[in-house]
Ligand binder design. Sequence first.
Ligand code: NAP
Ligand code: ZN
Ligand code: ZN
Length: 347
Amino acid sequence: MSTAKAYATQSATSPLAPFTLERRAVGPKDVEIELAYCGICHSDIHMARGEWGNSTYPMVPGHEMVGRVTKVGAEVKGFKPGDLAGVGCLVDSCRTCGPCGHHQEQFCEQGAAFSYNSTEMDRVTPTFGGYSSSVVVDEAFTLRIPSNLDLAAAAPLLCAGITTYSPLHHWKVGKGSKVGIVGLGGLGHMAVKIASAMGAEVTMLSTSKAKEADAKKLGAHAFGLTSDPETFKTLRGRFDFILDTISAPHDYNAYLGLLGLDGAMVVVGVPPAPTPVAAMSLIGGRKTLAGSLIGGIQETQAMLDFCGKHGITSEIELIPVQKVNEAYERMMKNDVRYRFVLDLKTL
Ligand code: NAP
Ligand code: ZN
Ligand code: ZN
C-alpha cells in the first residue's frame, strides 16, 4: 500500500478539500503512476454534486490522468519506470463478456470498474480518481501517451478526446462528411479538432457568439449561433452527422431538424434531466438519434496515436489544485477556454 494526497468531496453539497487515501500495493500486473496532471471533465461536476443519482462519498473525482510510471509488477510487459502513462475513465472490467471480448470494456455486461465513484470488480473496494498524487492500475487499462504531445494538454484526451473520437470514428466521419458539433466546451473543442483532422467539413453550433473566432481557429469551417432561432432555419437539413456535447437540458428536436436524409445525431452530453423527443423529429428524413459512452481501451490508444500523429491536444488553463472549486463554478458559468487541468505538483 502507498499513501496518496488527493482532493475529495464528502457530499453533494460540500466543496472539494484535501484528503488522504491509500493506493493498493503494486500487484504483478499493476502499474504505479506518479500523476502530474488531471483534466476537469463536466462529468466530475455532475457526479461530485450527485446530479446523476449514483454518487458515493467520499469521492475523489478525475478521469483524465497523466504522469510517469514509478513502479511496475513482475508480469508487466508494456511499461517500465520513467515511461509516460495515462488513465482514463476505466480501470477494470470482467474481460470475459461479449462487449469486453470486442474491446468495448465501457459496456461490460457486469459493469466496468470506473476510475472513481465506482468500485473495483470485487464490487467492494471503492475507486478514487485522478485529483491525486498517484494511481495504481492494471497494465491492461493503462494508456501510452505519445511523447511529442505536451503532457498537461494531453490529459483531456483521456476522456474528452476519446468520447468525441469514438462516435466520429464509429459513424465513419471523414472526408466530405458535413458535421455539426454542438457546444464548445471541453468535449466540443476536442470534437472540432478531431473531426476536422478526419477531413470533415465542421460547423460549430454554439450558444456563445464570443466563441466564434476560437471555433474557426480550432478548425471549424463555419459557425452557427444557436441562441438565434434563425440559425435553425438557415441550417435546416444541412448535416450528415451531429455530435451533441451540451451538459445542460436543451431541446434535441431543434437539433434533429438540422440533419439531412439518413442523418445521425449522437448525444454524449448528459444533462441531469430527461428531454422529450418527438417521433416526428425522426420520421421525416429517416433520422437516427443515438448515444455514445467514452470508448474502449484499444480505441483510446488508437485515439492517442491519432492525436500524436496529427499533433492534437487540448486548449487548457493549468490551475493549482486549490482552485478546483472555483474552476467548477466557472464551468457552470460557461467560463472555460476550453479545459481546466489540475497541476498535481501543487497537492
Ligand atoms: P463543458 O466544458 O462544461 O462544456 C459544455 C458546453 O455546453 C458549454 O461550453 C456550452 O457550449 C454548452 N452549454 C452549457 N450549458 C448550456 C445550455 N444551458 N444550453 C446550451 N448549451 C449549453 O462540459 P464537457 O466537459 O465538455 O462535458 C459536456 C457533457 O458531456 C457533460 O454533460 C458531461 O458529463 C458529458 N460527458 C459525457 C461523456 C460520455 O462518455 N458520454 C464523457 C465525458 C463527458 P457553448 O458555449 O458553445 O454553447
Ligand atoms: Zn469525462
Ligand atoms: Zn465484461
